[in-house]
Design a protein. Structure first.
Length: 145
C-alpha cells in the first residue's frame, strides 16, 4: 500500500462563508484559532506567520486568494530544518450551504520526503488538522454567540 500524499478534512460550519473567510485570512482570526498570534499579508506571494505562546512559530507563504472561496498557503514540513526548501501546500475551499459553510482543507506534498521519513510529519499534521479544525469551530461559535 502506498503512503498517502495528502490529508483531507471537511467540516460543516454554521456560519456563512464571509465569517469563515475572516477566520482563515485575517491576523485576528488566525491568531485566535490556529495559534496565539498571527500576521498575514493576504496576497499571493505574501508572508504570514503563526505564533504560539511556547515560542514556536510557523512561517507561511500565501499562494492563492480567491475571496471568499479559496485560500491557500505553503509551509515547512514538520520536523525539517528551517532552511529545508520543501513545503506542503494547504488549501481551504469554502462552499455555501444554506446559512452555513462547508469547509474543506487539503494538505498535500508529503511525497517529497523519502518513504521512511514521511510518517512523522504526516501523522503530526493529521492530528494537528483534527485539533485545529475543532478550535476553528469553537472560535466561530463563540464569535457568533
Amino acid at each position: 500500500m502506498a503512503f498517502p500524499d495528502r490529508i483531507e478534512r471537511t467540516v460543516q460550519l454554521a456560519q456563512p462563508p464571509g465569517a469563515v473567510w475572516s477566520a482563515l485570512t485575517t491576523a485576528e482570526g488566525l491568531g485566535a484559532w490556529f495559534g496565539d498570534g498571527a500576521d498575514i499579508d493576504l496576497r499571493p506571494g505574501g508572508a504570514a506567520q503563526l505564533r504560539w505562546d511556547g515560542g514556536f512559530t510557523a512561517d507561511l507563504c500565501v499562494e492563492r486568494v480567491e475571496e471568499p472561496v479559496v485560500f491557500a498557503f505553503t509551509w515547512r514540513l514538520h520536523g525539517l530544518p528551517a532552511d529545508d526548501p520543501r513545503r506542503t501546500y494547504v488549501e481551504f475551499t469554502l462552499e455555501p450551504t444554506g446559512a452555513g459553510t462547508r469547509l474543506t482543507v487539503v494538505e498535500s506534498g508529503f511525497a517529497q520526503l523519502p518513504l521512511p521519513d514521511r510518517a512523522a510529519p504526516y501523522e503530526a499534521n493529521t492530528e494537528g488538522w483534527d485539533r485545529e479544525l475543532g478550535e476553528l469551530i469553537d472560535y466561530l461559535n463563540q464569535a457568533a454567540a
